[in-house]
Write a protein of this length. Structure first.
Length: 131
C-alpha cells in the first residue's frame, strides 16, 4: 500500500468485509465491549449509526437503510428465543446498547422490554398494528 487512495480502499474493505459482518453476529457482551473502544476500532464514528445499527441489521425489519438505530415507523412482531411473542412499535430512544423496547401502540404509553439482542429469535414487520 503506497497511496492514500489505496489506504482508503483498504479501510473501506475492512469495514465492509470484517467490521460490519462481525456486528451482525456478535453477542451483546462483545458488542458492549466493542462500544467502549469503538472510537479506536472504527474511527471517529457514532456507535449508534454504525455498531448498533449494524448489530440490529441481523433483523432487517428493525432497520431502515440510511437511518441509524431501530426504525419506529411500523409495528413489529418480536419472537424471543423463549418462544414468547410480542407486538409493538420499536422505541428508538429507549432501545440502547443492544436492548429493544417496544411501545404497545402509537396511542399508548405501555411498553415491553427491554429485550436483549441475544434473546431475540425473529422479528417480523407488520403492515398494520392489528395484524
Amino acid at each position: 500500500m503506497t497511496t492514500f487512495d489505496e489506504l482508503v480502499t483498504s479501510r473501506k474493505r475492512w469495514i465492509d468485509e470484517v467490521l460490519k459482518p462481525w456486528c451482525l453476529s456478535a453477542n451483546r457482551k462483545d458488542l458492549m465491549r466493542a462500544a467502549m473502544d469503538w472510537g479506536d476500532i472504527a474511527g471517529r464514528v457514532d456507535e449508534e449509526a454504525t455498531l448498533w445499527t449494524w448489530a440490529w441489521s441481523r433483523f432487517p425489519e428493525l432497520v431502515h437503510e440510511g437511518l441509524s438505530g431501530v426504525n419506529e415507523t411500523l409495528p413489529v412482531k418480536v419472537t424471543l428465543k423463549s418462544g414468547e411473542s410480542l407486538t409493538g412499535f420499536p422505541d428508538a430512544r429507549e432501545s440502547k446498547n443492544g436492548q429493544l423496547v417496544l411501545v404497545a401502540s402509537e396511542a399508548e404509553t405501555k411498553s415491553y422490554g427491554p429485550f436483549l439482542i441475544d434473546d431475540i429469535a425473529d422479528v417480523e414487520r407488520l403492515g398494520a398494528f392489528d395484524e
